[in-house]
Design a binder for this molecule. Structure first.
Ligand SMILES: Cc1cc2nc3c(=O)[nH]c(=O)nc-3n(C[C@H](O)[C@H](O)[C@H](O)COP(=O)(O)O)c2cc1C
Ligand SMILES: [Fe+2]
Ligand SMILES: [Fe+2]
Length: 397
């Protein structure tokens, strides 16, 4: 049975959610599933704003047929060719053979690469700023390369003052009937998941997001319709400010993230000692995570949020604790910068983890303090002095 939610009198939400999925992109743990949004604009012409993931194919087909109510589909606007949005494109192409596909140049090649379908004779490539009239609604296309893939574009509906933002302004998590952020606790309970989604999925492409934000600043926007997560009708400035911070690698809070790995507890003990020292120096909201327990995607998100980061790792096979290496590599992949970093290493015979952490982090141009603490198995008296010096430097940085 279909499940459609009106966005307004002309626009219908025809997406859905997959609550069974454990890992988004087979990598990111989901606490409560994932939403795949799709919208249908019904004007003199009809336009479908992207399709959905394969997991909700049958619901989507029923939604589309019902929302069209016997009308033909004129346009399929393809803003993003990642399969979480276009896995059902082939189905729609064969259901509505008259529909023209609208997207940036690369879309045609990607449709062929993924699905072996040649759309040459039904494809309209759009360029920056190009408009498409549906009747009352005029769509204006805004290229958004690498927000999240090279072919991405966003679409501004001049009539509704609505920005269809592709993956941007999306988040992890299923929708539960309420498709609008103002009907949920989006700004309290869900902001962490919005941050984890942005930083892990789009985080590397901060410069590209900044470029799009500059273009969006010239638009009068009442509503943001992303491809994941709720539709945003209120607090737009708050959310856009978050995107501005995340994409410019600007910390949200002056506080310390401590990410540690530990096999037997020695490194964990050092991390706890340091955290206590930081608290006594007035640092608030210190966040500590065991990298074996906490998936790296949460550590990436917290690294974007906090201004200072401590990495504490045992030496393993003359290198790093593997889980710590994964967390640091994930942060490095996102190009995070503008952070003050301190390093703690541990080793029973030849501690060398700090050297490797430094090598991994150096390309990011962060301020890595020259105050490494090198522990031999468990923190000793002189380590306390060094941890204290580290706490001073971090509290004052
Ligand atoms: C698989 C494995 C490999 C290790 N490799 C090294 C090493 O190359 N150099 C070293 O000094 N210690 C090595 N160690 C020892 C740990 O780094 C050391 O015991 C450390 O104190 C553990 O810290 P923890 O108490 O926080 O787990 C290794 C330990 C394990 C389990
Ligand atoms: Fe994507
Ligand atoms: Fe997506």
């Amino acid at each position: 049975m279909y499940s459609i939610t009106p966005v307004n009198s002309d626009v219908a939400y025809i997406g859905g959610s997959d609550r069974r999925l454990a890992l988004f992109e087979n990598a990111y743990p989901l606490e409560n599933g994932m939403a795949y949004n799709s919208y249908l604009i019904r004007d003199e012409k009809t336009a479908l704003m992207d399709t959905v993931d394969r997991s909700i194919e049958s619901l989507f087909r029923e939604n589309l047929v019902k929302a069209l109510d016997g009308r033909d589909l004129d346009y399929i606007i393809v803003q993003h060719m990642e399969p979480d949005h276009c896995a059902t494109l082939g189905m729609v192409l064969s259901m509505y053979p008259n529909a023209r596909v609208v997207g940036t140049m690369q879309v045609k090649r990607m449709v062929s690469q993924f699905y072996g379908i040649d759309i040459t004779d039904r494809f309209d490539a759009v360029k920056e700023g190009q408009e498409l009239s549906l009747g009352a609604h005029t769509l204006k296309f805004i290229t958004a390369p690498f927000v999240h893939w090279p072919e991405v574009m966003m679409t501004y509906d001049i009539h509704d003052k609505a920005l269809y933002s592709a993956d941007a302004f999306g988040m992890f998590g299923a929708l539960s009937g309420n498709i609008f952020a103002d009907e949920t606790d989006m700004w309290t309970a869900h902001l962490d998941e919005a941050r984890r989604y942005y930083t892990n999925i789009v985080g590397r492409y901060g410069k590209n997001v900044q470029n799009v934000l500059k273009k969006a600043a010239g638009l009068d926007i009442d509503m943001i319709c992303p491809l994941h997560g709720p539709v945003i009708r209120s607090d737009l400035a708050f959310y856009i400010d978050k995107y501005d911070k995340w994409s410019s690698y600007t910390p949200e809070e002056n506080t310390v993230l401590i990410a540690y790995g530990s096999i037997y507890g020695g490194t964990e003990n050092a991390a706890d000692v340091l955290a206590g020292m930081l608290a006594q120096r007035g640092v608030k909201n210190i966040r500590m995570y065991d990298v074996s327990k906490t998936h790296y995607s949460y550590i990436v998100a917290e690294a974007f949020r906090c201004s200072k980061i401590v990495f504490a790792s045992p030496t393993q096979d003359s290198l790093l604790f593997t889980e710590m290496e994964a967390a640091i590599c994930a942060i490095r992949a996102k190009g995070l910068t503008n952070r003050t970093v301190a390093l703690i290493e541990n080793g029973t015979w030849n501690p060398s983890a700090a050297k490797h952490m430094r090598e991994l982090l150096e390309p990011l141009g962060m301020n890595i303090l020259d105050l490494d603490v090198s522990i031999k198995s468990t923190p000793a008296a002189d380590d306390l002095e060094k941890l204290s010096a580290m706490a001073d430097a971090l509290a004052n940085a």
